[in-house]
Design a protein around this ligand. Structure first.
Ligand code: RM4
Ligand code: MN
Length: 385
């Protein structure tokens, strides 16, 4: 068994409230049994992921999906469950008004409405004690000439500046990017360059969120991670994996080697140190698999990749690199990747009073049967795709 690398204890993974709700594709949302009917039940499910992994202490909210009348009450309930509230995700992509965009819409009334929602999210952060406001804009255009590309950037920066000015000292904007979809010709924040440009213009409390599913096939995501960390502007990850587009499958499922390469750059750049403020969040939808188990498996996948990244022999790697030993350097990295870290992680869990096999322990706990029996009636949560 490999010795446990130092640093693993620093890894905290945030799970998204929407992962516990019904989801699907634009063709069909399949309802699952026991799915939460309100934000409280979503948090209870998220607490299970933390209880069995010991590594998922926070849960992100999405507004208005998780709208409640009293956010302090929700925050208290969350703590009672053994977890804490994390990032607040704004939603300016599901209102009929946003047909032609939200903060970049040519209509000033609609821009005002969208910006007001973002400001409302900061109010919620004040009540929940959240540090991060995650912004993803579906804004863009489908046809050349449809709107003025440059004017849309101006409108975006105006809205962002207003929200930035409203942030408290310890609050941040995480600006997410996505290559395409739902806009097909131009997306207003399509890539890390655009996100970074806006963040640099805003100031130090604005950082980039890298959603691993939001790139063109073949994009070297670890390069982006290394560059953003170097610039001090890597705010967060939205982890998931993709085979084709924005598949939102479990992180590490499609390409565990890519996840390892990403986590290696995180380790290399000091991003595991909580002081750098990098948030490790999941942004996934479990359309056909059990949701809580899917989240547990995802947390384990990130832990495995991180442990392997921590095992890279930095001295041997540097020596090989400095002496131009191409294959030797590559071998150092591959040795770490090819290590079976599952026994080490099982031991790590046992040392913390956790079951070495979180999935088996969760299945044996009876929680799923309990929520299936209890969650009868009401309307299951979902995002109505
Ligand atoms: C978007 C983006 C956001 C997420 C929504 C549900 O594609 O990834 O982070 O909040 O989906
Ligand atoms: Mn995302």
């Amino acid at each position: 068994m490999t010795d446990l690398p130092a640093g693993l204890d620093d890894l905290a993974i945030e799970t998204p409230s929407w992962a516990y709700a019904n989801s699907g594709t634009r063709f069909k949302v399949f309802a699952q049994k026991g799915v939460p009917r309100d934000p409280f039940e979503k948090i209870a499910d998220a607490a299970q992921v933390h209880a069995f992994t010991g590594a998922a202490p926070t849960v992100a909210l999405h507004i208005p999906w998780d709208k409640v009348s009293d956010y302090s009450l929700l925050a208290e309930y969350t703590v009672d469950q053994g977890v804490r509230l994390g990032a607040i995700n704004a939603n300016v992509f599901q209102d009929d008004d946003y047909l032609l965009g939200s903060v970049t819409n040519p209509d000033p009334r609609i821009r005002r409405k969208a910006t007001d929602h973002l400001l409302e999210c900061v109010d919620i952060m004040d009540a929940t004690g959240s540090r991060d406001l995650k912004l993803w804009f579906s804004d863009g255009i489908n046809y050349p000439g449809q709107d003025d590309i440059r004017a849309r950037q101006d409108r975006l920066s105006e809205a962002l500046a207003e929200v930035y000015a409203r942030l408290g000292d310890d609050q941040r904007i995480l600006l997410e990017y996505k290559l395409f979809e739902p806009a097909f010709y131009v997306t207003d924040v399509p890539d890390w360059g655009t996100s970074l440009l806006h963040c640099l213009a805003l100031g130090p409390k604005a950082t980039v969120c890298v959603d691993t599913g939001h790139h063109a096939p073949g994009t070297n995501i670890e390069f982006i991670v290394a560059s953003l960390l170097r610039a001090g502007r890597l705010g967060a990850f939205d982890f998931n994996s993709r085979f084709y587009a924005d598949d939102d499958l479990m992180v590490g499922a499609a390409d565990p080697f890519q996840l390892f390469r990403i986590m290696y750059e995180v380790v290399r750049g000091g991003g595991l140190d909580p002081a750098t403020g990098v948030a490790f969040m999941l942004d996934q939808c479990h359309n056909i698999e059990p949701k809580i188990q899917g989240q547990i498996r995802s947390v384990m996948n990130v832990q495995e990749a991180t442990t392997k990244a921590l095992l890279v022999d930095a001295v041997a790697l540097r020596t090989a690199q400095d002496s131009g030993d191409v294959l030797g350097a590559n071998a150092v990295l591959m040795d770490a990747y090819n290590t079976d870290v599952r026994p080490s992680l099982a031991a790590w869990r046992e040392q913390r009073g956790l079951d070495p096999d979180p999935i088996a322990a969760y299945k044996a706990s009876g929680y799923f049967d309990k929520i299936v029996a209890e969650r009868v009636g009401g309307t299951q949560a979902g995002w109505g795709a």
